[in-house]
Design a protein around this ligand. Structure first.
Ligand code: IPM
Ligand code: MG
Length: 360
């Protein structure tokens, strides 16, 4: 089979971690029947510096035409002074919105070999495998009205709007229920129905959908603040968590940290079936370590594995890569972010090489 992927490396450590994904693609092209063509593009600050905007329509056209997009990371202090609609992050939001990527899958998986990297006790996180399904194209990130207005007298007013419709809630909840059926069959839906009308609607719609189509799946509702607390207290109670854009942003960072390293966690952003999807690590652009060859490429490599699984239906290759990651970790190879006693510290590029060796 042959496929076309767009590679948007972005800013900070993006280009160096993406180089390892490209190595892997090169290896796949050379040694398997799967052929993957790639097209490089700019996003975020890199695009802003070149074109004056964080994602051009031309780049977006390529994103739409490809089977999927593999993204590195965007942003950095260099662009702190830039207007909101031209900031690196705006490029990412435009990509999500234009491709209608309403379901963001963020698995938090604790690898046995990395159990000591977590700040929680090993017995709390051992074997942890939860999946956050974050709504990605609605809520307060996109709601209107928004802005900062001058009220005079030196007083200003900042406004953002949390807004959800039934169809937006239903389509992301459907994804969560479907995925739960393939896992431990439990969905926890999180909002703040106690203080927000949009949360009340969320709870009512999820309940109705569950009753109509997914009554075989266990459903639990939880206020988002309680969920934040429960994630630390007893994370293993969760299987799939479905929540809105903002709560999902926050809860997924928290869930990620349960596993010990943000440098290990992939994500998939999916839209309607058959359209291009975006795969990216959960971590950011880490400008403080960019260009030093110390970044962990595994989150991006695992994102690429998710792409093989969800967009290209190359299950065997995806499994090989995931097994390869287990193997390098069990072999004690570590980038600095996950370094532990009696392990060998290696660079970004050595990690990419080690992974290919492990797969072979
Ligand atoms: C994420 C990030 C983004 C978000 C930023 C970079 C816009 O934090 O993907 O979690 O808030 O969605
Ligand atoms: Mg975030």
């Amino acid at each position: 089979m042959s496929y076309k992927l767009q590679i948007l490396a972005g800013d900070g450590i993006g280009p160096e971690i993406m180089a390892e994904v490209k190595k892997l693609i090169g290896w796949i092209n050379e040694t398997t029947d799967t052929k993957i063509e790639t097209a490089d593009g700019l996003i975020g600050g890199a695009s802003y510096d070149e074109f004056g905007e964080p994602l051009t329509d031309e780049t977006l056209e390529v994103s739409k035409a490809c089977d999927a997009v593999i993204l590195g990371s965007v942003g950095g202090p260099k662009w702190d002074g830039v207007d909101y609609n031209e900031r690196p992050e705006a490029g990412l939001l435009k990509l999500r919105k234009e491709l209608d990527l309403f379901a963001n899958l963020r698995p938090a998986l604790v690898f046995d070999a990395l159990i000591d990297a977590s700040t929680l006790k090993p017995e709390i996180v051992k074997g942890l495998d939860i999946l956050i399904v974050r709504e990605l194209t609605g809520g307060v990130y996109f709601g209107e009205p928004r802005g900062i207005e001058d009220l005079g007298n030196g007083e200003r007013r900042g406004v953002n709007t949390q807004v959800y419709t039934t169809s937006e809630i239903n389509r992301v909840a459907c994804v969560a229920f479907d995925l739960a059926r393939k896992r431990s069959n439990k969905v926890t839906s999180c909002e703040k129905a106690n203080v927000m009308e949009s949360g009340k609607l969320w709870r009512e719609d999820v309940t109705a959908l569950h009753k109509a189509e997914f009554s075989d799946v266990e459903l639990e509702h939880m206020y988002a603040d309680n969920c934040a607390m429960q994630l630390l207290r007893n994370p293993s109670q969760f299987d799939v968590i479905v929540t809105d854009n903002l709560f999902g942003d926050i809860l997924s960072d928290e869930a990620a940290m349960l596993t010990g390293s943000l440098g290990m966690l992939p994500s998939a952003s999916l839209g309607v079936e058959g359209s291009s999807a975006v795969y990216e690590p959960v971590h950011g652009s880490a400008p403080d370590i960019a260009g030093q060859g110390v970044a962990n490429p595994l989150a991006t490599i695992l994102s690429f594995a998710m792409c093989l699984r969800y967009s290209l239906d190359e299950q065997d290759l995806a499994q090989k890569i995931e097994d390869g990651v287990q193997k390098v970790l069990t072999d004690g190879l570590r980038t600095p972010d996950i370094m532990a006693d009696n392990c060998k510290k290696i660079s970004t590029s050595e990690m990419g090489d080690a992974l290919i060796e492990a797969i072979k």
